[in-house]
Design a protein around this ligand. Sequence first.
Ligand code: SAM
Length: 354
Amino acid sequence: MKPKKQHEVRAVCNVVGDLLGAQAAASVVVDLGSGKGYVPQWLAAALGATVVCVEGEAAYTASAKKRLAKIVAQIAKREPDRAAALDAAVHHVVARLEPDQPCPPLVPDTLASAASTTVLMGLHTCGDLAATVMRSYVASSFHALALAPCCYNLRTEAGFPLSIGVGAPLADAGVVIGGNERNTSVHCVHKWADAQFRENELVDRIEALFVRAAAGYMATAAAASTSAPLPSGSAAIWRDDALATARRLAPDADPTHLAAHYDSLVSAAGGSEELAFARYSALYTLLNVLAPVLEMMFLVDGAAYLHEAGIHAQVREVFDGILSPRAHMIIARRSPQAPPHLPSLAAGRVTSES
Ligand SMILES: C[S@@+](CC[C@H](N)C(=O)[O-])C[C@H]1O[C@@H](n2cnc3c(N)ncnc32)[C@H](O)[C@@H]1O
């Protein structure tokens, strides 16, 4: 596991461990979008929880099973009973959850009676999966929710807004959160702020992004037009790099046209590459300043949606933002009076199963 994943797994396991409390060994945790199973395997091995890993990709489930088998074999050398218990505590379901569709139960009935605490969780649930997890939680009677959303750029109208509290004011003001806003929300402000203290690193990064952005512009402009002004060839700092990237993005485009579009970009910025770069740096700074505001809007929307369903929810910064840019979790609990039986997931259609 890379240091980023180690950090995330440790932090999420602490959050889920707190939610399970002293009841961990009699708990059931369902992890939606469980990937290779890092978190559920740890919860089962270290806390004795029963876990259900729900994953849409069969290949990830196969890797998770392989990883679990290795851990079980390792433990079996010294503690065979513990190894057998761990093996029995981890369940896998291959299922792709679709937003706003009902789905059959994903948790075996036999686990229901034994569970004292039930937690629904998701670590880095990309795009609309985070919304599906929250809808599933509201429609179920799981005691608690621990959710770290990511990839807001992939959210669709099915995944945002979820709440009246955020959705209604946006609609009243005629504000549409479109592709630009969603893309902005995933900028990594912590990394940007951190890199400011190492001047060259920040400049290198902005240069690389500038080249990529210029290449994207060149490829798009070349696709949209049949003619372009002749390249002037006067701009020389980043032009070759941008042209090389643009040629990868648009292999069928005429290289002369691509180069000409770079020159028109520079000329629109006042005629010098330095000016074009300075403009891009200012834009990049602005995007980084706006990113946490937009990200928080997605997070608050999720927490407001849960509040509107009568569930106590909070947004908490759980990860180190430099190691793991999507650093927040939505953590929710039903009242202690909630029925202790294990629910089925009532939302999210399963389109494939094994
Ligand atoms: C960013 S990965 C995180 C994996 C894991 N939770 C972790 O942190 O190591 C997101 C996972 O969610 C799965 N996934 C995404 N959309 C899904 C859906 N609609 N239904 C089921 N799984 C989904 C992906 O296949 C992927 O394994």
